[in-house]
Design a protein around this ligand. Structure first.
Ligand SMILES: [Zn+2]
Length: 70
């Protein structure tokens, strides 16, 4: 399964972390140069959706509960 987010937001600068407007993941923007090599814009890089992380946290919590029950 491919969990890549296809959203690549345009952002005003590269010194901050921005949230993807689609999946909400926080990302460092990267500089994209135009064809003339001078014009540049900041854009959020392709990234995986954050669903994986949420699933991992849930699994950890479940494991902790099981250990307590023993
Ligand atoms: Zn995203």
């Amino acid at each position: 399964m491919d969990d890549w987010c296809d959203q690549q937001d345009l952002v005003p600068g590269g010194d901050l972390i921005y949230r993807c407007s689609k999946c909400g993941k926080r990302l460092h923007p990267r500089k994209i140069f135009g064809s003339d090599g001078e014009l540049a814009e900041w854009r959020l890089p392709p990234h995986k959706k954050k669903g994986h992380k949420i699933r991992a946290i849930k699994a950890r919590k479940r494991k902790r509960l099981n250990e307590k029950a023993l």
